[in-house]
Design a protein around this ligand. Structure first.
Ligand SMILES: *[C@@H]1O[C@H](CO)[C@@H](O)[C@H](O)[C@H]1NC(C)=O
Ligand SMILES: *[C@@H]1O[C@H](CO)[C@@H](O)[C@H](O)[C@H]1NC(C)=O
Ligand SMILES: *[C@@H]1O[C@H](CO)[C@@H](O)[C@H](O)[C@H]1NC(C)=O
Ligand SMILES: *[C@@H]1O[C@H](CO)[C@@H](O)[C@H](O)[C@H]1NC(C)=O
Ligand SMILES: [Zn+2]
Length: 488
C-alpha cells in the first residue's frame, strides 16, 4: 500500500483496501433461491452441439428473460438506474483521472453497491493526473473577441503571460504540409470538417505534434462534433516522442469557421492563448469489481462494464455514468429476482478510460492468465439512449448462439445482432479472441454532448435506461447460464 493512498483516502479507503485483500467469498444475501441449480440440465458435453439443440436451450430462457424485462421496465426497478445515475452525478459531479472527485466517485459506488447487497471489491491502478488549470483565449485582430476553449488532456500549459501569435488556419493535415513555411511561429488553427468521430478525432489526437514539427507555437483545434451551440469539446491528445510539446486546446466549430472565413478574406488574425495545464505524478486509483459468483463454474466469467471516470466538464452522465450504472443495474436485477447463473457475472467499472483505457489495460494484464475462462466481455460506452441492438464480435459458431440469445429481447424490440463489438476497455480481450459485445443505442446525438459541459443528466431518459438495463441483464444472465461457454 502506498503512503499516498493513506494520505489521500483516509480510513474509509484503507478499509476498502483491506477488504480488497480478503479472499473471494460468496457474500450473497441469504435466502437466494437456486432456481437455475434446480433447473440444471444434464451434464454438459463440451464437444460441438447441434445448433437446433442450442436454439432450444436458449428458447428455454424466454420466461426468465421476460421476468428480467418486467422488473426493469415495468416493475419495482423501473427508473432505478436513472435515479442511481442522477444521485451519483449530482452528488459527485465530474471525475477526471487523478482528481479528488474520482476518488469520491469510487468510494460512493463502492458503498452504494455494498448497500445493494452485492459483493464488491477494488483493484488498484496507477493513473495519469493531468490538471487543466486556468485557461482562456481571445482573438485580438482583426477584432477583439473571446474564444471558448477547452485544453486537451496531457497538454502542456503556456507561460503565465500566455502566447500571442498570428494564426494560420488550415482545413487538413495535407493543407498544413503544403503551407509548412507559414506555420513557423504561428498558432495553427485546424478547421477540419467533421466526417466521423473515429476519423476526425485524429486532428485532436495528433494536431499539436504535426504542427509543432513545422515550428508552430500552439494549436487550436475545431471540436470533434457534428453539431455545436458554441460548445468546446475536450479529450485526450498524444504528443509524439521527440517532438516539441506545444499547448493545445479545442475551440468551437463556430470560432474555427469564423477564423477560416477571415483568413479566406486575407485578414490577419492574432490570438492570445493562456493555459495553466500541467501533468502531476501518477495517482492511485481503482477498478471497481462487482460479482455474482457462478454456482457451477465460478471461475468462468461473463464481464459487463462501463467507466466511472469522465472529463472534468459537465457531469459525465452520458460518458460514461450511464454505461457504469446499467452494468451495476444488470446485477441488481438478477440478484433481486433470486437468480444465480452457472458462471460468474462480473461488472467492472473501469478507471481512467479517458486517458486511453488505463484501468482496463491494467485489468487485462493482470487477469489474462485466465483468458480461457472469459466467456464474454461486454462494454457500454456510447450512451444509454434508446437501445437498438447488440454489437457482437466472435466466431461464426458463437454468433449463432448470440443470434438465439437476442431473440429473448423481443418484448423490448431489440432483437438485432450486429457486427463489431467495440469499446476501448474490452478491445484487448477481443483482439485476443474472447467474444465481445457492446450496446448499440440511438446515438445520433452522442457526439453533440461528448466531453462538454453539456454532458449532464438532462440528456438522460429514465425509460431508455430501463430498456438498456433490461437488455444488458438478459444477455449477461443467459450467456452466463448456458450449459457451454461461447465457442471461440
Ligand atoms: C460427447 O459427444 C461426443 C460426440 O457426440 C461423444 O463421442 C462423447 O462420448 C460425448 N461425451 C459425453 C461425456 O457425453
Ligand atoms: C419513470 O419515469 C417515467 C418518465 O419520466 C415516469 O413517467 C414514471 O412515472 C417513472 N416511474 C417511476 C416508478 O418513477
Ligand atoms: C485466475 O482464476 C483462478 C480460478 O478462478 C483464481 O483463483 C485466480 O485468482 C485468478 N487469477 C487472476 C489473476 O485473476
Ligand atoms: C415493442 O413494439 C411493440 C409493437 O410495435 C409495441 O407495442 C411495444 O410497446 C414495444 N415495446 C417497447 C418496450 O418498446
Ligand atoms: Zn466514455
Amino acid at each position: 500500500m502506498s503512503s499516498a493512498m493513506g494520505q489521500k483516502g483516509g480510513l474509509p479507503f484503507l478499509l476498502m483496501f483491506l477488504y480488497m485483500l480478503l479472499p473471494l467469498c460468496d457474500c450473497h444475501p441469504p435466502g437466494w433461491s437456486m432456481r437455475s441449480m434446480a433447473a440444471a440440465r444434464t451434464v454438459s458435453n463440451h464437444t460441438a452441439r447441434k445448433v437446433s439443440d442450442i436454439a432450444a436451450e436458449v428458447a428455454g430462457y424466454a420466461d426468465v428473460a421476460k421476468q428480467i424485462i418486467d422488473l426493469a421496465v415495468f416493475g419495482a426497478a423501473q427508473n432505478r438506474s436513472y435515479k442511481r445515475l442522477a444521485d451519483f452525478t449530482d452528488t459527485i459531479g465530474n471525475r477526471v483521472s487523478g482528481s479528488h472527485n474520482l476518488e469520491m466517485a469510487i468510494k460512493y459506488m463502492y458503498n452504494a453497491i455494498a448497500q445493494d447487497g452485492l459483493y464488491v471489491h477494488l483493484e488498484p491502478v496507477k493513473i495519469p493526473h493531468w490538471v487543466r488549470g486556468k485557461e482562456s483565449a481571445e482573438m485580438i485582430l482583426p477584432r477583439a473577441k473571446g474564444l471558448a476553449i477547452l485544453g486537451l488532456g496531457s497538454s502542456v500549459g503556456t507561460p503565465p503571460e500566455g502566447i500571442e501569435a498570428e494564426v494560420l488556419v488550415v482545413e487538413s493535415f495535407e493543407e498544413l504540409k503544403r503551407r509548412a513555411s507559414e506555420a513557423v511561429g504561428r498558432i495553427v488553427v485546424f478547421n477540419q470538417p467533421f466526417v466521423s468521430y473515429g476519423e476526425t478525432v485524429a486532428y485532436r489526437a495528433y494536431g499539436a505534434s504535426e504542427a509543432a514539427k513545422l515550428g508552430a507555437v500552439a494549436t487550436l483545434i475545431r471540436s470533434i462534433t457534428p453539431y455545436s451551440i458554441n460548445s468546446p469539446h475536450t479529450g485526450w491528445q498524444d504528443y509524439q516522442d521527440g517532438v516539441k510539446r506545444i499547448p493545445t486546446a479545442c475551440i468551437t466549430v463556430e470560432d474555427a469557421e469564423l477564423m477560416w472565413r477571415m483568413a479566406q478574406r486575407g485578414q490577419s488574425i492574432v490570438v492570445r492563448l493562456t493555459m495553466g495545464a500541467k501533468t502531476l505524478p501518477d495517482a492511485d486509483s481503482f477498478n471497481t469489481v462487482v460479482e455474482i459468483t457462478g454456482w457451477q463454474h465460478p471461475e468462468q466469467v461473463v464481464l459487463l462494464s462501463g467507466h466511472l471516470d469522465s472529463w472534468d466538464v459537465g457531469q459525465g452522465a452520458m460518458d460514461d455514468g450511464g454505461g457504469a450504472m446499467i452494468s451495476w443495474e444488470a446485477l441488481s436485477l438478477i440478484k433481486d429476482l433470486g437468480l444465480r447463473p452457472r458462471r460468474t457475472l462480473r461488472t467492472v467499472l473501469w478507471t481512467a478510460e479517458e486517458q486511453g483505457g488505463i484501468g482496463a489495460q491494467q485489468y487485462y494484464n493482470l487477469h489474462k492468465v485466465n483468458m480461457s475462462n472469459f466467456d464474454l466481455v461486454m462494454e457500454s460506452d456510447l450512451g444509454t439512449f434508446t437501445p437498438v441492438g447488440l454489437q457482437f464480435t466472435g466466431s461464426d459458431a458463437a454468433r449463432k448462439v448470440m443470434e438465439e440469445v437476442v431473440k429473448l429481447l423481443a418484448p423490448i424490440n431489440t432483437t438485432k445482432l450486429e457486427t463489431n463489438g467495440e469499446g476501448t476497455d474490452i478491445s484487448p480481450w477481443m483482439q485476443a479472441g474472447v467474444p465481445g459485445a457492446s450496446l448499440h443505442v440511438a446515438d445520433s446525438r452522442y457526439f453533440w454532448f461528448h466531453h462538454t459541459e453539456g454532458d449532464t443528466m438532462t440528456v438522460q431518459d429514465p425509460q431508455d435506461m430501463n430498456l438498456c438495463s433490461a437488455l444488458w441483464a438478459v444477455v449477461a444472465y443467459v450467456v452466463a447460464d448456458l450449459e457451454d461457454m461461447l465457442p471461440r
